[in-house]
Design a protein around this ligand. Sequence first.
Ligand code: IPM
Ligand code: MG
Length: 358
Amino acid sequence: MNYKIALIKGDGIGPEVVGEAVNVLDAVGRKFGHTFTYTDVLMGGCATDAVGVSYPDGTAEKCKECDAVLLGAVGGPKWGADKPAEQRPETALLAIRKDLGLYANLRPAVLRPALKDACPLRAETADKGIDLMLVRELTGGIYFGQRERYDTPDRGVECADRMAYSELEIERIGRRAFELARLRRKKVSSVDKANVLETSRLWRSVMHRLSAEYPDVAYEDVLVDNCAMQIVRDPGQFDVMVTENMFGDILSDEASMVTGSIGLLPSASMGDHAPALYEPIHGSAPDIAGQDKANPIATILSAAMMLRYSFHLADEADAVERAVDAVLAAGWRTADTAEPGVTPVGTRKMGELICAAL
Ligand code: IPM
Ligand code: MG
């Protein structure tokens, strides 16, 4: 089969890590008899530099001509909060999520066996393992609600950000979570703030209705503050976690940190139609850009998620994940995960090792 992939290499270390993921995809193609063809799509700070805006006209359309999108990273201090919205990379990220209808963001947090010592939690907690899948709602809530800024007569400037959720939005993300749980350890933890927020009360009632449709999946409600605590106390208790956009933003950073290796974690964003978008959860790391220091594993594992979820190539995805684990088990590390005394390898060498292990 031939698969068309849009590459948004982006800023900072983005081009380097995407380059290694492409090498791994090509190695998969040779081994399993597929061809992958690539189209570069300009987006992010690099687009601002080249054409004046971070999200050039036609960006979403170019992606829609492909079967899936692989994104490196966008952002950097050069295009900071003081710049107009159309020049900021984050604007492009939110726009592409909305334009491609990517309402379901899958962020696995996995403690890879070879990296147990990188886990900042107690050894007995790490020994239990961490393998949770955070399902974050990605196109609704406070991220996309109306924003206001106005003067008041006696309290200075006042601002408001509206958080709204409809039953339709909650139900479709909920179904994703239950369906995913069926393929895993069959447990869904729904995270909300139903003791305070009306959106959370609606969220909870829709999740309860869905839960009745999935009697084979265990279900629990978790308040978001308690959830933040449980992630550092006993992350092994979670299988699939589902939550609204901003809670998911915050909890996914926390969950990735307890695995000790934010440089290793991939993500997928999907809607009801192709293309889905795959990206490492780490940022553009401008401080090490262009120095062959970045860890390409998160992007390589994002490509594995693409094989699994967009192309339904489970054997190929398993092969990539096994190759990554084999290279880590053999002791190879990039600088971000190197234990004291271990000489790190560069981005390119790590990519070559993974291709060879395939
Ligand atoms: C993420 C990021 C983005 C978000 C930012 C860069 C807009 O933090 O993907 O988690 O908040 O969604
Ligand atoms: Mg975030």
